[in-house]
Ligand binder design. Structure first.
Ligand code: F6P
Length: 343
C-alpha cells in the first residue's frame, strides 16, 4: 500500500516521533511505502509532496516541530477542495492517509472519510490536551514541563522584588496547561477558560498572599475571561481559516488591573510558542511513538475513519467523527481541588 502522511494545525513536540514510528513499522512489518504531504491539508490540496522513507525519519525522534511542515489550511473552505484532494491522492497513487492533528485537522479527516470516501486514519495531537476521546494528547506533557519550569523561575524573581507575576499560558478553550503547571509550580491563582473569573476575588487572593510575606504567582490561560467582560485580545481581527481568533492579551490586562486595584507592582510573562517548541518529553516521545505504531496497524487492518486514542494503558480505536465532536474541558470538580492553594 502507498500511504500519505500529513501534520496539520499548531505544531507540537512529538509529531516527528509519530512520523518515525509510522514509517518504521510500515516499511519493516508491512512493506508499505510512504509519501509526506507538506504543510497540513495544503499538501493534498496542492499536491505538494516529499519522499518519506526510512532515511527521512532517521534521527528525528527527539526533534521538535515537524519534518513535514504544518498549516491551518481548511480545504473544505476552498472551491473544489475535495475534488482537488482526491485528484492529487490519485495522481500520487495514495491508497490511504494518516492525518496527525487536533480537532480542526481531524475534523476535516472525519468529513473526507465519512462524506467523500477518502481512506483516513487520525492521530491526535495538541499541547492543549482538549480532545475528548483520548486521555492525553502528546505535546501536552512537554508544554506543562516548560510552563512549570518557568513558574519555578518566576517565583524567585517575584520574591526578590515582592511583585505579582502573571504567567499567561496557552489554552484556547481548555485550561489543562494552566491547571497542571499551576498546581505543579505552586501558583497562588489559576484561571482557566472554563470558569469566568472574578477580578475582585483574584485581587483578594493576591493581597492575602502578600500578607503572608510571599509574592503571588497568577497563572492564566490565554482563553480565560473575566466574569463581567469579554475575551481580552491584543488583536481581535486576526482569524485563521477555521475561524479561530488569535488569542493572547489577558495576562497583560490582568497585571494592569491587579496593579491598579491592589497598589502592588505587577509584571506579565507570556510563554507563547516556547511551550510548543523544542524536544518532546520522554512521556510525549513514548505516547507519540505508540500512537504511530497503532495508526499504521489501523491502516493495515483497513480501520479507516478511526482515530487512535489513549485509554488507561491501552491504545484503542475510536470513530474520527465521534473523537472530534466534543472538546475535553477541565471539569469543575478538578478545578475546585486546586482552590485550596489560592490566596
Ligand atoms: O491549538 C494549539 C495552540 O497552541 C493553542 O493553545 C493556541 O491558542 C494556538 O495553538 C496558537 O496558534 P498559532 O500558533 O496559529 O498562533
Amino acid at each position: 500500500m502507498r500511504i500519505g502522511v500529513l501534520t496539520g494545525g499548531g505544531d507540537c513536540p512529538g509529531l516527528n516521533a509519530v512520523i518515525r514510528a509510522v514509517v518504521r513499522k510500515g516499511v519493516q512489518d508491512y512493506d508499505h511505502d510512504f509519501i509526506g504531504f507538506r504543510d497540513g491539508w495544503r499538501g493534498p490540496l496542492h499536491g505538494t509532496v516529499v519522499p518519506l522513507g526510512i532515511p527521512a525519519v532517521r534521527g528525528i525522534l527527539p526533534r521538535g516541530g515537524t519534518i513535514l511542515g504544518s498549516s491551518r489550511t481548511n480545504p473544505l473552505k476552498e472551491a473544489d477542495g475535495v475534488r482537488r484532494i482526491k485528484e492529487n491522492l490519485a495522481a500520487h497513487e495514495v491508497d490511504a492517509l494518516i492525518a496527525i492533528g487536533g480537532e480542526d485537522t481531524l475534523g476535516v479527516a472525519a468529513r473526507l472519510h465519512d462524506e467523500h470516501g477518502v481512506r483516513c486514519v487520525g492521530v491526535p495531537k495538541t499541547i492543549d490536551n482538549d480532545l475528548s476521546a483520548t486521555d492525553y494528547t502528546f505535546g501536552f506533557d512537554t508544554a506543562v514541563n516548560i510552563a512549570t519550569e518557568a513558574i519555578d523561575r518566576l517565583h524567585t524573581t517575584a520574591e526578590s522584588h515582592m511583585r505579582v507575576l502573571v504567567v499567561e499560558v496557552m489554552g484556547r478553550h481548555a485550561g489543562w496547561i494552566a491547571l497542571h503547571s499551576g498546581l505543579a509550580g505552586g501558583a497562588n491563582v489559576i484561571l482557566v477558560p472554563e470558569r469566568p473569573f472574578d477580578l475582585d476575588e483574584v485581587c483578594d487572593w493576591v493581597t492575602s498572599r502578600f500578607r503572608a510575606s510571599y509574592a503571588p504567582i497568577v497563572v492564566v490561560a490565554e482563553g480565560a475571561v473575566p466574569k463581567d467582560g469579554d475575551l481580552v485580545l491584543k488583536n481581535a481581527s486576526a482569524r485563521d481559516s477555521f475561524g479561530h481568533v488569535r488569542l493572547s492579551g489577558v495576562g497583560e490586562w490582568l497585571a494592569e488591573e491587579i496593579e491598579r486595584r491592589t497598589g502592588k507592582e505587577a509584571r506579565t510573562t507570556v510563554l507563547g510558542h516556547v511551550q510548543r517548541g523544542g524536544t518532546p518529553s520522554a512521556f510525549d516521545r513514548w505516547l507519540a511513538t505508540r500512537f504511530g505504531l497503532h495508526a499504521i496497524e489501523a491502516v493495515d487492518d483497513g480501520a479507516f475513519g478511526s482515530m487512535v486514542a489513549l485509554r488507561g494503558p491501552d491504545i484503542v480505536r475510536v470513530p474520527l467523527a465521534e473523537a472530534t465532536a466534543r472538546i475535553k474541558t477541565v471539569p469543575a470538580a478538578l478545578y475546585e481541588e486546586a482552590r485550596v492553594f489560592f490566596g
